[in-house]
Write a protein that binds this ligand. Structure first.
Ligand SMILES: *Cc1c(COP(=O)(O)O)cnc(C)c1O
Length: 393
């Protein structure tokens, strides 16, 4: 007989999902009501305002797509790109490659601008690509590359794109709620995020936002969006302001309660405070990891606080150490992704997981695990170093 599934209580310090605040899990268990119930519709309106705050935008079309971050990505591309278009993609990690897949599946041409993994996207390279490809209509890049832990200067990239008549698509799956992000001030035209990273909500939804210029483009497409489910012309009828809500698909009612709760918590904490909290705990984690002798993949000024990629010491077995953390400490950290597989660990400090007790647990567990497997690291200094960072901040 198969019985109920009871997962263990883990501490999630990988690249996502991150620990979900119990308050959010509680919100999710509230009674399911109809998705066209007037009270639910009221909640959807609040959700839009809360998302506008989180994204720092006045964009009317600011909604959660009813599917994970990858669907938010697909929503941006299938709506803004048409067959025959040229799209410039600046790639500095795994997620840029997915953008290329999206563009090509739209029947468009992707011009790839490659940057080193572990570095920010270089605006100078984008500028050269824009000059070389005057037909380009769109520029896409990742704000917070979760595969490496590098951040990119969104405003500099958007300014260049606009100077060459392009709209911008930005992946903010890992940045939203964890690090400074200002959609309007930075000139982002289309942005997608996820609920399971720094919002610390359950996985499965993708907040997106579209500028007026991108809504214009979507309304004036020559061809229909090839995805019926993600066609914003249809979705707008469901989420649109004032418009009588038309049934498009059944909203994931309880998942939306969860997102609403997580955004209320973000509002209560204050965005700037949330960003500052991620920075503070990152500094303590960094002090601990460096005291162990571990080194960061990304140069300091291009580093994300919420995703800490460190090089695995020579001769240390990646899976063995992560296994010790998981089995002995119920602690999950992330493996390397793509070409970095086996070479790096990715330690997330996202949302609710971004706390002092987790930082101290992580550095002490790594200290013990690395010394147990005979890694060439120093023993017994990591926790003190992390604590010293807290005491100095
Ligand atoms: C996690 C992630 C995604 C994909 O989100 P899912 O919810 O897993 O579909 C996309 N881009 C980046 C940068 C991510 O970190």
């Amino acid at each position: 007989m198969i019985t109920s599934f009871h997962p263990p209580q883990r501490t999630l310090m990988g690249p996502g999902p991150s620990d979900v605040n119990p308050r959010i899990l509680e919100a999710m268990s509230r009674p399911t009501i109809g998705h066209l119930d007037p009270l639910f519709v009221q909640m959807m309106d609040e959700m839009k305002s809360l998302l506008q705050y989180a994204f720092q935008t006045k964009n009317e079309l600011t909604i959660p797509v009813s599917a994970p971050g990858s669907a938010g990505m697909e929503t941006c591309f299938v709506n803004l790109v048409e067959a025959g278009d040229t799209v410039i993609i600046c790639q500095n990690g795994v997620f840029g490659a997915r953008m290329k897949e999206n563009v090509e599946r739209c029947g468009a041409t992707a011009i790839m601008v490659e940057d080193d993994w572990g570095r920010a996207c270089d605006p100078a390279k984008l500028e050269a690509a824009l000059k070389a490809n005057p037909a380009a209509t769109t520029v896409a890049f990742v704000h917070a590359e979760t595969s490496t832990g590098a951040t990119t200067d969104v405003k500099a990239m958007c300014d260049l794109a606009h100077a060459h008549g392009c709209l911008t698509i930005v992946d903010a799956v890992t940045s939203l709620g964890g690090t400074e992000l200002r959609v309007d001030a930075w000139g982002v035209d289309a942005i997608y995020s996820g609920t399971q990273k720094c919002l610390s909500c359950t996985p499965g939804l993708s907040p997106v936002s579209f500028s007026e210029a991108s809504v214009e483009r979507i309304k004036n497409r020559k061809t229909k969006v090839q995805s019926w489910f993600l066609d914003l012309n249809l979705v707008m009828g469901y989420w649109g302001k004032g418009a009588k809500r038309a049934y498009h698909h059944t909203a994931p009612v309880n998942a939306l309660y969860a997102l609403h709760e997580s955004l209320v918590m973000l509002q209560d904490e204050g965005l700037e405070n949330a960003w500052a909290r991620h920075a503070k705990h990152h500094n303590a984690l960094k002090a601990g990891l460096e005291a162990l002798g571990l080194t960061f993949v990304v140069p300091e000024d291009e580093r994300l606080p919420q995703l800490n990629a460190v090089t695995i010491p020579e001769g240390v077995d990646d899976a063995e150490v992560r296994g010790i953390l998981l089995n002995d400490y119920n602690l999950e950290i992330g493996a390397g992704l793509g070409v970095m597989g086996g070479n790096v660990w990715r330690i997330g400090l996202m949302g609710y997981a971004c706390r002092k007790d987790n930082v101290l647990k992580c550095v002490s567990a790594l200290d013990e695990a690395l010394n147990r497997v005979g890694a060439p690291v120093s023993q017994g200094k990591a926790v003190a170093a992390a604590l010293a960072s807290y005491n100095n901040s």
